[in-house]
Design a protein around this ligand. Structure first.
Ligand code: SAM
Length: 234
């Protein structure tokens, strides 16, 4: 199952170098075999391999297997953390239905550099594996205050607050109507008191606690998205 940003009107499509290598050398597929493709816009398609060469695999789309359906409008704002941990968050956020991963730089962010291309590649792989019809977008990192300054108040922001002052997530979700939502998780060092004070004054931000124990940032992100998926069911 491959994500290929194909154009339905364009006829047979030639896979890029990496996907061709995967199909030809890893899967050892042969011409005439079927492959499943999605482009994030037109649902899921079955295709037939027309040419299988190491450098270029050509696929003809044969039939649509699933129509495009609406997916959650759910953003994850996360302070950058260690490489392996943010990679894990990218993968799990994709499986759990996030539509956007937005690295935000907070006061205590240690690792401000983020390789968004690597994160995007993890998200493509995860979307292919979990049978999503879209791949979440990865934003370039931005300071948290700038992100909040441009916020659309119609999107509630669930602010994961390790200080113990937040409401239980299930209770907050029960108060919100379905629709756009965002989750904000802090860095290893947590939010600075000034950031917590700013967030507390924002009418669209809801401080949320995930229980009595301090979770690692990646655990908190995955736990929150899991609860949201379980409660909202999409
Ligand atoms: N160094 C901080 C401390 O000891 O208080 C812990 C920060 S925690 C490792 C990283 C982030 O995960 C926090 O900023 C918060 O967003 C989230 N988090 C961790 N545990 C949480 C909890 N029990 N409830 C809500 N959010 C939590």
């Amino acid at each position: 199952r491959l994500f290929v940003p194909f154009d339905l009107a364009a006829g047979p499509l030639t896979l890029g170098k990496e996907q061709s290598h995967y199909v030809a050398n890893v899967m050892r597929a042969k011409p005439g075999e079927a492959v499943t493709l999605f482009n994030g816009r037109d649902g899921e398609w079955c295709g037939t391999l027309e040419t299988v060469a190491k450098s270029a695999v050509v696929v003809a789309l044969t039939s649509q297997t699933r129509p495009q359906t609406a997916e959650p409008d759910l953003w994850l704002l996360a302070a950058p953390i260690k490489k392996d941990c943010i990679d894990l968050v990218a993968e799990k956020a994709t499986e759990l239905g996030a539509s956007r991963l937005w690295p935000v730089i907070t006061r205590r962010t240690v690792t401000a550099r983020v390789n968004t291309e690597r994160l995007a590649a993890h998200m493509v792989e995860a979307a292919e594996q979990c049978e999503r019809l879209t791949v979440p977008e990865v934003m370039e990192p931005q300071p948290l205050d700038k992100v909040l300054a441009g916020w659309d108040a119609a999107r509630p922001l669930i602010f994961l607050d390790e200080s113990g002052g937040g409401m239980p997530l299930v209770q907050v979700l029960a108060d919100l109507s379905s629709g756009p939502l965002a989750v904000l998780v802090g860095p290893e060092g947590g939010f600075a008191p000034e950031e917590r004070a700013v967030l507390a004054r924002l009418p669209f931000a809801r401080p949320v606690g995930l229980g009595p124990r301090i979770l690692r940032a990646e655990t908190a992100a995955i736990a929150a998205l899991s609860v949201i998926q379980a409660v909202r069911g999409d």
